[in-house]
Design a protein around this ligand. Sequence first.
Ligand code: UTP
Length: 293
Amino acid sequence: MITTAVVPAAGMGTRMLPATKAVPKELLPIVERPALQLIVDEAVGAGVDHLVIVTSRSKPAIEQYFAPDAAVEESLQRQGRGAVADQLRRYGNDIRVSFAFQDRPLGLGHAVACARDAVGDRPFFVMLPDELMSDSSLLAGLTRVLDDTGVGAVALKRMPRTELSRYGIVSPVGEARVVSGLDALPFVGVVEKPAVDDAPSDLAIIGRYALTPDIFDDLDALTPGSTGELQLTDALAAQAAREPLWGVVSTVGRRDIGSPLGWLQAVVEAAADHDEHGAAFREWLKDEVRRRN
Ligand code: UTP
């Protein structure tokens, strides 16, 4: 069972400027809940009780979000939203929240390396907060595969050719098989953002990883890649070259909220499914779409 999740949240969020000039990308709201809250809910749903948020000194709002605040909790209680108050009260009580600081955004690999002391010597998740998953089942599946195989497991998604150069693409070996009831396949390499014709497959790593702690040695050994950043995929490639890692082909709903269109889609989807406002929102949206056609 994996109980620690690292959430790298120290990036600049340049695609969402100017919003991210003052508000961290991870706290932009999906209706009334910050994106980071949805990530935490997904983690807790998979059994996580220790969150390690990698943040930067220039994003103090992230720490503030997890700080206890009796006035906010009372206000939520008065509005009849006690369940949300209870959820916030869990931080620092049954859910431990640690912060690791990345002084400069030197890349995702560097951000994960900053979490080493907080993680310790046990397997852990990495969850990219600009990708939202519809539920916790993908994390649960990654844990099962790591338990079964003893090596790291990453979430994969088949992507159309035009998208391949935006992701880390794996080189599978052998046939896909069912591990713990999931479609899983071993891979021996990863190429970060390949040119379409150089992509070794159409299987892209999406933002959920279950990693063994020896990845930290591979992260320490990294040198900056072509982009000048320390890439998590390069550390995974080094591990996979020694012994194949495993990919789990995801079937859960996914939204990439790091760009304006993806964020908008996630907000509209969450609004349409919203317990309290969903019905009214769907009516309104229908009229708006009709008016514009
Ligand atoms: P992204 O590259 O998607 O995020 O990294 P970004 O750099 O913030 O966004 P843009 O491209 O400028 O718009 C994926 C995740 O990794 C974190 C980011 O905060 C984001 O959640 N990250 C990235 C770090 O924590 N440190 C880094 O050096 C790079």
